[in-house]
Design a protein around this ligand. Structure first.
Ligand code: AHR
Length: 497
């Protein structure tokens, strides 16, 4: 089979948004403790941050990091995590049935962000708390000086952090959420919180909670009702999506990006509908602040006991394989394709918990297969995102109907083109020709592929580089025509100039 792609710098969607390459640190399982933070570890720095994980975070190319949850935030008191460590309380964390020591809190996170070179994105507790606590946290985090909480921060040795991006709660449509609400209850609280926060800092960028998945019973209605309350006070509405291959339907799993495309289009349409009702010209963006592959099937992961109140027990430590990496690469293609509306996106999570980076307590850190498509896309995507005109054979899937086997996106900046392309069929190779005649490029500077004769191959502490991106030497560029042959279940990235 063959496919044909056409790329033209005139097919511009929007500039590449660096915040597309966000990730997420939640107080959950071992993401913080023995993930990013482990005093006593051989690589720990003076703050107790694992330098091996810091280095991998920089290599991942993460731009923004959401914190501290997730479901955790809906029962969290941020004050517990600041000030002298020995006075910080131990608390029950109802979300993950564990004990939170509060050894790591806001000031540690901000120091870690500075070292990792990432922008913090803070989530507020709108489950058990409300407007006043949000204002207190904003004052502690950003206010320069001369007030009780800004002086408290100064006593803790910290300057204002200038955090601009704030999530107004987390997944409050979910009955599992502490402080779960109806859309109107949540919409009112989010609107009042946002309005008050803007009285302090008008230029904050605020995210209202959308549905916790597009499968939720209220999906569509929730977004509409929340935005009817919050439209004029917020910038973004959130999307969360996790994809798995639990039922062995690999064809559908490989086409997960079709679902992500549809999800983004549906939320955008709903937001625009509310905008039309309100006769507003303002456009609400999408903060896709949780996305990844996540297996419901527990045989694919390590979990600690759910009923014991432990500190940092293992939680959803999914082990990813080559097929998962191809899907993650394709989900990034979907996010880039929607750069005109997706303002923020966060791969959930960063370390150990459904994560690109794994660690052993006291031991090694390594890259899961999904690390690679993320790091490469973040490194190569630059300039304008270009729509790729795609003529491809199709694959019939149970969950998404007939979909193109080949999916692609390109970016273009000053004569440099990056192409990200996936063969999501399970059947065999596809020869792809790409018309690049209008881009002016004439050399392939870099070409890599993620593919393996064993699509279930994984990495581990013992074999950390079993799955990596390999040089891809089949690419040929002659007279503005690129030819590549992509094997089944593969993702590839090319940089051309
Ligand atoms: O990322 C894991 C969990 O998934 C988050 O805490 C929650 O927001 C979502 O349901």
């Amino acid at each position: 089979p063959t496919a044909h792609l056409t790329i033209d710098p005139a097919f511009s969607i929007a500039p590449v948004n660096r915040r597309t390459f966000g990730t997420f640190v939640e107080h959950m399982g071992r993401c913080v403790y023995t993930g990013i933070y482990e005093p006593g570890h051989a690589t720990a720095d003076e703050d107790g941050f694992r330098k091996d994980v810091l280095e991998l975070t920089r290599e991942l190319g993460a731009s923004v990091v959401r914190y501290p949850g997730g479901n955790f935030v809906s029962g969290y008191r941020w004050e517990d995590g600041v000030g002298p460590r020995d006075a910080r309380p131990r608390r029950l964390d109802l979300a993950w049935h564990s004990v939170e020591t509060n050894e790591f809190g806001l000031d540690e996170f901000m120091r870690w962000c500075a070292k990792a070179g990432v922008e913090p994105m803070m989530a507020l507790n709108l489950g058990t708390r409300g407007v006043q606590e949000a204002l207190d946290l904003l004052e502690y985090t950003n206010h320069p000086d001369g007030t009780a909480l800004s002086e408290l921060r100064a006593q803790h040795g910290a300057s204002p952090y200038g955090v601009k991006l704030w999530c107004l709660g987390n997944e409050l449509d979910g009955p599992w959420q502490v402080g779960h609400k109806t859309p109107t209850e949540y919409g009112r609280l989010a609107a009042e919180t946002a309005r008050a926060m803007r009285m302090v800092e008008p230029d904050l960028q605020l995210v209202a909670c959308g549905s916790s998945s597009s499968k939720m019973p209220l999906f569509g209605t929730w977004e509409r009702d929340v935005l009817r309350e919050t439209y004029e006070f917020v910038d973004y509405i959130s999307c969360h999506a996790y994809y798995g291959n639990d039922d062995g339907d690999t064809a559908s799993f490989l086409a997960s990006a079709v679902d992500m495309d549809h999800f983004i289009d549906s939320v955008t349409a709903t937001a625009d509908h509310v905008g039309a009702e309100l006769k507003s010209r303002k456009r609400i963006g999408i903060s896709f602040d949780e996305w990844n592959v996540w297996y419901g099937d527990r045989s694919r992961r390590t979990d600690g006991p759910a009923d014991a109140w432990e500190v940092a027990p293992r939680r959803i430590e999914d082990e990813y394989n080559v097929t998962d990496a191809v899907v993650v690469g394709n989900l990034l293609i979907s996010l880039l394709r929607h750069s005109d509306r997706v303002a923020v996106a966060c791969l959930a999570q960063l370390a150990n918990v459904i994560a690109p980076i794994m660690t052993d307590p006291g031991g090694a850190a390594w890259r899961q297969p999904i690390f690679h498509p993320f790091a490469i896309t973040s490194r190569l995507a630059a300039g304008q995102v270009l729509r790729v005109e795609t003529d491809s054979p199709t694959v019939t899937t149970l969950k998404h109907g007939e979909v193109t086997a080949v999916d692609a996106i390109a970016t273009y900046e000053e004569g440099r083109l990056a192409l990200f392309v996936v063969n999501r069929s399970t059947d065999g190779p596809i020869e792809i020709t790409v018309d690049l005649s209008r881009t002016g490029v004439n050399s392939v500077d870099e070409a890599v592929i993620i593919h393996d004769t064993d699509p279930l191959a994984t990495n581990s502490a013992a074999a950390p580089d079993r799955v990596t991106a390999q040089p891809f030497d089949s690419a040929q560029l002659v007279d503005g025509k690129l030819t590549i042959t992509l094997p089944a279940i593969s993702w590839s990235a090319l940089s051309l100039s």
